[in-house]
Write a protein that binds this ligand. Structure first.
Ligand SMILES: *Cc1c(COP(=O)(O)O)cnc(C)c1O
Length: 465
């Protein structure tokens, strides 16, 4: 055994090998990094020899073994951990796949601001220090009708900040029907606990009346909060209190009103027959003091939390310590500014991928699907059977859960592979193609595959033999 261990070549010798030299030159790797990986691989090999899991006949054999593992390890280390995928699931705001895709214009702005110094906290008019909180405020005001706004890291941060700033040590009244868990990790009750506010639940899961709120008010009450139930949709015998009634009651008792909107609609989807959600603007108009929503859901922008509402409260938030803790970076501001501008003055449904994808009609998708299948059939030696299929897709990200969008896509069948194997195979391609299985068949919903991704998908399917 110890004789076998003696066959392990020294590190400096391994480092000189052609295989590694080539890898180092090709990727401009630094020596300490390569040495460290060789060391790890050598140590592991020694352990495996001593525990009799491995044995070798010759020095060459050990050497090749360690070198091959070192190369694999370095290559796996260099591969990207966050990388683009083709979303063929049809779910537009897929939380696990990064939610909203940014518009081209927003992407360009991110690149510019990342490459250069910027006016992040610099007032170019006066040459004095500026505030990042002023960068996009006007655009949010224009879009929502709010008096003021501030941007934080994400919407969970918005909730945390609003509760910490205005209700620490106080009570917050929330309807039981709105205390749902969203997306597996967001719970108002937990965030409330962290913020130091006390949750005062009122009503029942399906019904909450105005008098439930009224009876819960006492000298410790600091806020009445409404929470969008997002990916939880209740039908049947339900009752929620009208926003305007709640605002009136809160005013009478001098307590704050805040609504966590989750997605936050700035574009009227009801005009396209989708859902029955009010616009952020309408909610602000109802007189509510503060609202918050995500940047990367229906807004179609980067991950942020937007808090909008009465100036007096937003000003307090801007001065709060948490504004520093939860502040967003310059690349995010660049993407957000451009996204907001597009909503305000560009023909949005062509330019904002999230909206464009939601509004795609089954007829439009059908044309693309037919053309795609025809193109696949022009290749020789293909092994898959593609068929068109009527589908229905979801918006996702906790947005309008009750809505099914009329969609269209392709089923993929193969003689060699089961559906599960095919789905795995597609996922392991470069770029990975994420599909879903329904009725034992692999499906690609074209709603979330953009036209310029079709060529890549086609090429990948042709590659499967
Ligand atoms: C999605 C959502 C959140 C969390 O927002 P993030 O931007 O993911 O932090 C909070 N509240 C509601 C109602 C939501 O739908």
């Amino acid at each position: 055994m110890s004789n076998v261990v003696r066959l392990i070549p020294p590190i400096h010798e391994l480092l000189q090998s052609k295989t590694l030299k080539h890898l180092v030159d090709e990727h401009n790797l630094n020596e300490p990094f390569v040495k460290r990986v060789i060391q790890q691989q050598t140590d592991q090999t020694r352990k495996d020899i001593l525990s009799k899991e491995l044995t070798f006949e010759s020095r060459e054999e050990v050497r090749d073994y360690i070198l091959s593992n070192t190369k694999d390890s370095i290559e796996s280390y260099m591969s990207n951990q966050i990388e683009p995928v083709i979303n063929a699931t049809g779910t537009v705001l897929h939380t696990n796949l990064g939610r909203a895709r940014l518009s081209e214009a927003a992407i360009q702005r991110v690149v510019e601001v990342a490459r250069h110094y910027s006016t992040l906290e610099y007032n170019k008019q006066t040459g004095d220090r500026g505030s990042r909180h002023d960068l996009v405020e006007q655009y949010i005001k224009d879009l929502t009708g709010a008096e003021a706004a501030i941007v934080v890291n994400n919407n969970a941060a918005s909730v945390y900040m609003v509760l910490s700033a205005f209700s620490k040590g106080g009570e917050v009244i929330v309807s039981r029907g709105e205390l749902v868990e969203i997306g597996g990790s967001f719970r108002v009750s937990s965030i409330m606990e962290e913020s130091g506010a006390t949750l005062k639940e009122v009503g029942t899961t399906n019904k909450t009346h105005l008098y439930d709120y009224e009876q819960a008010i006492n000298e410790h009450t600091s806020m009445m909060m409404k929470v969008h139930t997002s990916n939880f949709h209740m039908i049947g015998f339900t009752k929620q209190v009208e926003r305007t009634d709640l605002v009136k009651l809160a005013r009478e008792h001098d307590v704050l009103t805040y609504e966590d909107l989750g997605s936050g609609m700035v574009y009227d989807l009801t005009e396209h027959g989708i859902g029955q959600e009010p616009l952020v603007r309408d909610i602000i108009e109802s007189g509510i003091d503060l609202v918050s929503f995500s940047g990367d859901k229906l807004l179609g922008g980067p991950q942020v939390g937007v808090i909008a509402g009465k100036k007096e409260y937003i000003n307090q938030l801007k001065k709060h310590q948490l504004a520093r803790v939860l502040r967003v970076d310059k690349m995010t501001y660049a993407a957000l500014e451009e996204t907001l501008k597009q909503w305000i003055f560009i023909n949005q449904n062509k330019n904002i991928p999230t909206l464009r994808d939601i509004l795609l009609t089954r007829e439009e998708l059908k044309i693309r699907v037919k053309r795609f299948i025809e193109r696949y059939l022009t290749y020789d030696d293909t092994s898959l059977v593609l068929n068109e299929k009527i589908l229905s897709s979801k918006i996702g990200g906790g947005t309008l859960p009750e809505i099914n969008l009329d969609s269209y896509g392709v089923t993929i069948n193969s003689e060699q592979y089961t559906s599960k194997e095919l789905k795995d195979l597609l996922r392991k391609m470069n770029p990975p193609i994420i599909t879903r299985i329904e009725d034992e068949q692999v499906l690609m919903d074209f709603r979330t595959i953009s036209e310029n991704e079709e060529d890549i998908v086609l090429k990948k399917l042709v590659e499967i033999k």
